[in-house]
Design a protein around this ligand. Structure first.
Ligand code: PEP
Length: 251
């Protein structure tokens, strides 16, 4: 049985004081146990501060990006081991903002996913179509291309430690949420891609999050779909009421 997993992507938001205040509030409100898996992904410079605050709580820590090399002359980059060192368990990879503004390709995302797994991190690998692609009826083709390029090269052992986030680009930060039916259709398609590439048992076990303007008031319907196992949350994860409102809406 898949556990619901709600992760907050803070992106390049909040300052140290606000980040610390938000995490303190989350830790206090969540208490010692959570019905669903939870993680926060703060900006890299606040990871260590947040790690100290979530330690011993059910809230996991994730980074928003990393580089695939283990060390060396890669100015400005962070290695998987560095993220583990500061307490990360997760890392978001291939977010559409990284693909769009920083030119990350499927190949880059694949290399990063392999490196993250080798270091013991759980990658949250994002994929999703743009509006023009959806309108051209190419959603499945685009998502399948990203699946093949970013994920399908992983071994059966590796893929079992991956979380997939389906994030239609047109729904990210726009307030335009995919309908539960639109999202479920792609999630089900992803699960059948997993079954075809690996096997039915693996496909059944992999958590597939939806991301794109998830809020407390639309979360229950989305999370109620059979193949939607959680949410990757941007804007609404910047307040405790938004993030936990979503977590509490999970069936
Ligand atoms: C995201 O950045 O992954 C995201 C889904 O953002 P938002 O919830 O703000 O649409």
């Amino acid at each position: 049985m898949r556990r619901t997993f709600i992760a907050g992507n803070w992106k390049m938001n909040l300052d140290r004081q606000a980040a610390v205040a938000l995490v303190r509030e989350l830790v206090e409100q969540v208490g010692p146990q959570s019905r669903v898996d939870l993680a926060v992904c703060p900006p890299a410079v606040y990871l260590e501060a947040v790690a100290g605050l979530v330690a011993g709580s059910p809230i996991g820590l994730g980074a928003q990006n990393m580089y695939h090399e283990t060390s060396g002359a890669f100015t400005g980059e962070l290695s998987p081991a560095m993220l583990v060192d500061v307490g990360c368990r997760y890392v978001i990879l291939g977010h559409s903002e990284r693909r769009q503004y920083f030119g990350e390709s499927n190949e880059d995302v694949f290399r990063k996913a392999q490196a993250a797994l080798a270091a013991g991190l759980t990658p949250i690998v994002c994929l999703g179509e743009r509006l023009d692609e959806r309108e051209a009826g190419r959603t499945r083709e685009v998502v399948e291309g990203q699946f093949r390029g970013s994920l399908a090269g992983l071994s059966a052992d590796e893929i079992q430690n991956v979380v997939i986030a389906y994030e239609p680009v047109w729904a990210i930060g726009t307030g335009k949420v995919a309908t539960p039916e639109q999202a479920e259709e792609v999630h089900a398609a992803l699960r059948s891609m997993l079954e075809n590439r690996y096997n039915a048992g693996i496909a059944e076990r992999i958590v597939i999050q939806y991301g794109g303007s998830v809020k407390p008031d639309n979360a229950a319907q989305l999370l109620g779909q059979p193949n939607i196992d959680g949410a990757l949350v941007g804007g609404a994860s910047l307040t405790a009421s938004g993030f936990l409102g979503i977590a509490n809406a999970a069936p």
